[in-house]
Design a protein. Structure first.
Length: 326
């Protein structure tokens, strides 16, 4: 073998080794080699709790610390921008609710694009709302409530925790699909609205299922339906809105996990696999249900579909109702 051929083969071997290392790194096989940060925007809120449950399990599985960072304020804009501008290397992730992709419809000049600036990884959790009425309202089903409202247009009221919240949007979707005229009474929080409902100052509301069911069980409120497309394990005996007279109705808060746009596809796949592994652990469902949410899962493509479907649905509702964020 000539010297030149030997040198050429040596160079090819080195190049092959470098390419192998590069492919391994991009595929996520060496990931993670340092702590992973999950950014959210609800200190002490539902998304924060979900993030911490997941982070604890991921830390054990990955052998690296998974740190939850709360960057509250501006309806999640700060958290979203932090991740959108981070290196696309899988070490900075966003875990946040549908506010991320709905906010651009509610506010002008939102400084991020929910589709262009993020790479969806997985739908981590969901939480439905329920339709409840004060016991004095003479309706025991969604159909009866629709008939009652149509007989008294503009006279009945519903409360929410503010414009653009899931409590508000769930009710506006109900109004739009059933062709109803119900007066919206916004409060500073969902809890304040529920207190008013309990006091008889409101007729109905779409509160978070976990927060309102104790009042239902105590006989202080009457539940008519759950807003999720399928029956919820959180309220297994409550029928869906769709099965109660409004086919196609679906409204629930989705918590998604996202990486910065441009994160390599093999790394997104690896991250998805790790989240699926956590969400399917035997004890995780019980922990999630204990804080009022259901574990989800699925592929990155399914999370993409959720975002696009939500944007189309809520964008239409928001535009037609003229809703603006508080």
């Amino acid at each position: 073998m000539s010297k030149s051929v030997a040198v050429l083969k040596a160079r090819q071997a080195i190049l092959g080794a470098l390419l192998s290392v590069a492919v391994t790194a991009v595929s996520g096989q060496t990931f993670p080699s340092r702590p992973v940060h999950m950014v959210t925007a609800e200190p002490g809120g539902g998304t924060d709790v979900v993030a911490r449950l997941i982070a604890q399990a991921l830390t054990t599985n990955l052998g690296q610390q998974v740190v939850v960072e709360n960057k509250g304020g501006a309806s999640g804009i700060i958290a979203a921008q932090t991740v959108a501008k981070a290196p696309a290397d899988g070490y900075t992730l966003l875990i946040y609710s549908a506010t991320l992709w709905i906010l651009p419809y509610l506010r002008d000049n939102v400084p991020y694009d929910p589709v262009r600036d993020f790479s969806p990884i997985i739908a981590a959790a969901s939480s439905p709302n329920i339709l409840v009425v004060h016991p004095t309202v003479p309706a025991n089903s969604v159909r009866e409530l629709i008939a009652l409202v149509k007989s008294k247009p503009g006279e009945l009221t519903y409360g929410s925790g503010g414009s653009g919240t899931t409590l508000h949007l769930s009710a506006e979707l109900f109004k739009a699909m059933a062709g109803l005229n119900i007066l919206h009474v916004p409060f500073k929080s969902g809890g304040a609205a529920q207190t008013a409902l309990l006091g008889g100052q409101l007729n109905m509301m779409f509160p978070v299922a976990a927060g309102a069911m104790p009042q239902v069980k105590a006989g202080k409120l009457r539940v008519l339906a759950v807003t999720s497309a399928q029956q919820s394990v959180l309220v297994p005996d409550v029928p869906t809105m769709a099965a109660s007279g409004l086919p196609g109705y679906a409204s629930e808060l989705i918590v998604g996990v996202f990486a910065p746009a441009g994160t390599p596809a093999p790394l997104i796949t690896r991250l998805n696999q790790e989240f699926v592994r956590v969400l399917t652990q035997a004890d995780m469902k019980e922990k999630f249900l204990g804080v009022g949410v259901e574990p989800r899962g699925g592929t990155p493509e399914q999370m993409v579909a959720i975002v696009k479907s939500d944007m189309a649905k809520w964008g239409k509702v928001i535009k037609e109702a003229g809703i603006r964020a508080d």
